[in-house]
Design a binder for this molecule. Structure first.
Ligand SMILES: Cc1ncc(COP(=O)(O)O)c(C=O)c1O
Length: 442
């Protein structure tokens, strides 16, 4: 606990931390859950510790402060990750009348799962790619290429994405105001952006998630979901209650409050932005916490070599290796990264090959609509044997947990090779992928 909570000035303002600290000094014989009998600050709802489901004490105070900082009418602490926030936003939109949701073809898997569970219809549009990296959609492109998708009751955006690309909130909000649509934003990677009015979803979205644990100093699973006004807050309150655990972790809650209150690190932002905007081997996006180093088709090799030196990146997609920064990082850590990357750019001089770029462009032109197979028979096939078959369930790299091979797509060798090179994947069970049973392939 104490290792994380190091900024004394911030801690003075943290209601949940102060409650835990004060109680830790008192006599306390535990005849309640959890079963470890109070071996840490991990406690349950007691007379003094408030209740996340109906907060009146320190949690209510913390949520009030968080809402003020994030510019929300109401914010809800989550201890089950951004996943539960995404599900809650979708449910809240549904209770407010939404039946269809416009979403890009590669959102986090929680979006399609949420739509399926809640009976919402996703209207899916394709995304363009640049140097194999998926880009944010623009309103003008959507209006021109996917007008039918924009008839949806709600628009769902992920911003920033895993590569640091951010949406243009001004134009998106304007469209939603003109057409009366709900705007939902998955900011799982943007918890640190509340300092930046233009890039941050708060102030524009009706509902938005801040994945606090990813880019701010909070324990894993710490997140926040927020609502813009009273009507949205009322719907979100009920929705959050449906998906959130009834046994929230107090250390996670305390860390969420601490992380949201953690100060901006302007020095690091300047340094990182400088690198991102000027280095030809770093993908130029506008979120300083994502350093996407381009290694082309030697990316997995570079990642492995880095790990042999004890340097662990967030993920590798077979083209870039992404290094995740946070305001909590020290100058020493940043310097380790820049020095190492300089060395690795010399060791792995390969530029992105043209063929990859062409393939990315071709992919962007594919029809992204999700495929529903109904009762069609599906079988699990060894990953190598699955080549040439029709994929029956989305699968991809983990992270970013966005579909690499989509249901309905004919499986290509190149993508299977990419999946095999990656250490973590989803949609693959015991080395097998679910495919459509096709008579001619039997
Ligand atoms: C864009 C996006 N949204 C949502 C999530 C889910 O977040 P969590 O793992 O905190 O539940 C992730 C996780 O990687 C993500 O990348």
């Amino acid at each position: 606990m104490k290792g994380l909570f190091r900024d004394k000035k911030v801690l003075k303002t943290c209601h949940i931390y102060q409650m835990l600290r004060a109680q830790s000094k008192k006599r306390h014989a535990s005849f309640h859950t959890p079963g470890h009998k109070r071996k840490s600050w991990d406690i349950t709802e007691l007379s003094y510790s408030d209740n996340l489901s109906a907060p009146r004490g320190c949690i209510a105070e913390a949520e009030k402060d968080i809402a003020r900082i994030l510019g929300a009418k109401q914010s809800f602490i989550l201890t089950d990750g951004s996943t539960s926030g995404v599900l809650a936003m979708l449910y809240a939109a549904k209770t407010l009348g939404a039946r269809t949701v416009a979403v890009c073809e590669n959102p986090h898997k929680s979006v399609f799962n949420g739509c399926a569970v809640l009976g919402l219809q996703p209207l899916v549009y394709g995304v363009k790619k640049k140097k194999n990296i998926p880009l944010q959609p623009t309103m003008s492109a959507l209006k021109c290429e996917y007008p039918e998708v924009l008839l949806a009751d709600a628009l769902f955006f992920t911003s920033p994405d895993y590569y640091g690309n951010t949406a243009d909130w001004e134009e998106i909000r304007k469209f939603c105001d003109e057409t009366g649509k709900w705007l939902l934003v998955d900011g799982a990677h943007g918890g640190h952006l509340h300092f930046d009015g233009k890039l941050y979803a708060g102030g524009y979205a009706d509902f938005w998630v801040d994945g606090v644990h990813k880019s701010l100093p909070a324990f894993t699973q710490g997140a926040v979901v927020s609502a813009k006004d009273e009507r949205c807050a009322d719907a979100l309150q009920r929705a959050v209650d449906a998906f959130r655990t009834t046994s929230p972790s107090y250390p996670i809650m305390a860390s969420v409050e601490y992380a949201v209150k953690y100060p901006r690190n302007e020095w690091l932002e300047r340094q990182a932005n400088g690198w991102i905007q000027t280095h030809e081997r770093i993908y130029a996006a506008n979120d300083w916490t994502k350093i996407c180093a381009v290694f082309g088709d030697r990316a997995f090799e570079a990642e492995k070599s880095l790990e042999s030196e004890g340097i662990y990146a967030e993920f590798c997609d077979g083209n870039i290796v992404m290094f995740y920064l946070s305001p909590y990082m020290s100058k020493k850590q940043f310097s380790l990264l820049t020095k190492t990357l300089r060395r690795y750019f010399i060791k792995y001089p390969l530029p992105l090959c043209e063929e990859q770029e062409k393939r990315a462009e071709k992919e962007a032109q594919r029809n992204p609509a999700p495929v529903v197979f109904g009762n069609a028979e599906k079988i699990w096939l060894d990953i190598d044997q699955a080549i040439g078959h029709i994929c029956a369930e989305n699968c991809g790299l983990f992270p970013p947990c966005t579909p690499l091979i989509k249901a309905g797509e004919r499986i290509e060798k190149e993508k299977i090779e990419l999946m095999k090179k990656s250490i973590n994947v989803y949609g693959v069970l015991n080395g097998k992928i679910k495919v459509l049973k096709e008579k001619e392939k039997e």
